[in-house]
Design a protein around this ligand. Structure first.
Ligand code: PMP
Length: 417
């Protein structure tokens, strides 16, 4: 199947970051007459031309539904969709038949909540979640707790934004049935030692759910090596289309879990006397999926692999160091999250300036950052602030953009002073 032009790079050579950036058509545009500086990749990532071309090629040449029709288009669509699953599985070092394709992390975590947790938890059981979780890894557990009589316990963080690990391990008491923790914080950038955490949880018989939304786009992730029970991710932050994502789960869980959503494709046989469900992962994929989106996600995996995840991590570490140093020179600027291991996400405030005002003034300079609570109210409550600005970088950003961003920020600060 023609999935559009794939970027070709020499895997041994250091990437030419100017050329890598040129693969992203949107980064060419202007905003308010200024070159766009896109520092909101933790919110959603930009898409390379090969991903856009792959989705376009599907609709132009192969569009048909999957797993249903025997005609040529139907076979092509199914092969491409299943091919994307295999690519993503290889990328994460997991088995393709343990990878449920879904609309994103939010759906993935809700699937665990409704299908694994709801039938198993009861009064007296505890769901342990960290203070730094995104609402997508808090609210589903609160809903489960309300319906089962279980309770939600919070694992606290330290002032630098790292997890209080001794506190976390002490909170893993016998009544804890499930631990939900993010791999990388979308607000602080903290990289959590999920491998150690999952090993400790496993020793105590606690099932682990890791939110990989902010990890998979930015560093090599070997899900099998982490040793978790469930790993959730979202495609739109990793150069893929919106409405794509996945849940990896251990096979024994997928086999034991009842389906979450019922409908076509997730069954083997239906009669009014009862229904025989399909095997996992299809048991959890009722209805017509986002076929073009997943084909685009497959192209995103090809793209990320062609650049190299280790190189992406190194590039973003370098950009983070530069941005942190430059921001440190701005008087009255406070950075939230200074953990030793940190991804390229910088939350900050400038004394006397409201986060939304700063973000609005930066937009006038062509700089896109996010301001607000970043779907993490409990985390902001910890720091005692109502909102922060967040600059989140990706490998396609440049050192020159960091300098322009800092200059724009200084200008905004003067205007608001
Ligand atoms: N978890 C984290 C850490 C996130 O950053 C996000 C997206 N901001 C989500 C979950 C939710 O992802 P989605 O909206 O794609 O389901």
């Amino acid at each position: 199947m023609n999935a559009g032009p794939a970027p070709h790079r020499d895997p041994a050579a250091a990437p030419d970051w100017t050329r890598v950036r040129a693969d992203f058509p949107l980064l060419e545009r202007q905003v308010h007459g200024k070159p766009l500086i896109y520092f909101d990749s933790a919110n959603t990532g930009q898409k390379p031309a090969s991903v856009i071309a792959a989705t376009d090629a599907f609709y132009r040449h192969h569009n048909a539904n999957v797993s249903r029709a025997v005609h040529t288009l139907g076979t092509e669509a199914t092969d491409a969709y299943e091919g994307a699953r295999r690519k993503l599985a290889r990328f994460l070092n997991v088995r393709a038949d343990e990878l449920v394709l879904c609309s994103g992390t939010t759906f993935a975590i809700n699937l665990v909540a409704y299908s694994w947790a709801l039938p198993r938890l009861g009064p007296g059981d505890v769901i342990l979640v960290s203070r730094m979780e995104h609402h997508a890894n808090i609210v589903p557990w609160q809903l489960v707790a309300q319906r089962t009589g279980a309770s939600v316990r919070v694992a606290e963080i330290l002032p630098d934004g790292s997890l209080d690990l001794p506190g976390l391990y002490a909170a893993m008491t016998a009544d804890v049935k499930l631990l939900a923790v993010t791999h990388v914080s979308n607000v602080l950038g903290t990289v959590n030692p999920v491998r150690d955490i999952c090993r400790e949880a496993r020793k105590r018989g606690i099932v682990t759910v890791v939110d990989g939304s902010q990890a998979v786009p930015h560093r090599p992730v070997d899900v099998a090596a982490i040793g978790c029970d469930f790993y959730a991710l979202t495609g739109h932050k990793m150069c893929g289309p919106t409405g794509t994502g996945a849940l990896w789960a251990r096979r024994e869980h997928l086999q034991a879990m009842p389906p979450f959503i019922g409908g076509g494709e997730m069954i083997k046989e239906v009669s009014f006397d009862g229904t025989v469900f399909n095997d996992p992962p299809h048991k959890f994929e009722a209805g017509t999926p986002n076929i073009a989106g997943f084909i685009g996600l497959g192209a995103a995996v090809d793209f990320l692999e062609s650049v190299g995840m280790a190189r992406i991590e190194a590039r973003e570490t370098e950009l983070l160091a530069h941005a942190t140093e430059e921001l440190g020179k701005i008087e009255g600027l406070r950075i939230f999250g200074t953990a030793p291991e940190k991804a390229a996400v910088i939350s900050f405030l400038i004394e006397g300036a409201h986060a939304h005002d700063l973000a609005t003034l930066l937009d006038l300079e062509g700089v896109a950052i996010r301001s607000g609570q970043h779907c993490a109210h409990p985390l902001l409550q910890f720091f005692g602030v109502a909102a922060t600005c967040r600059a989140s970088l990706a490998f396609y950003n440049t050192h020159a953009e960091i300098e322009a961003f800092v200059a724009a920020l200084k200008k905004a600060r003067r205007l608001l002073a």
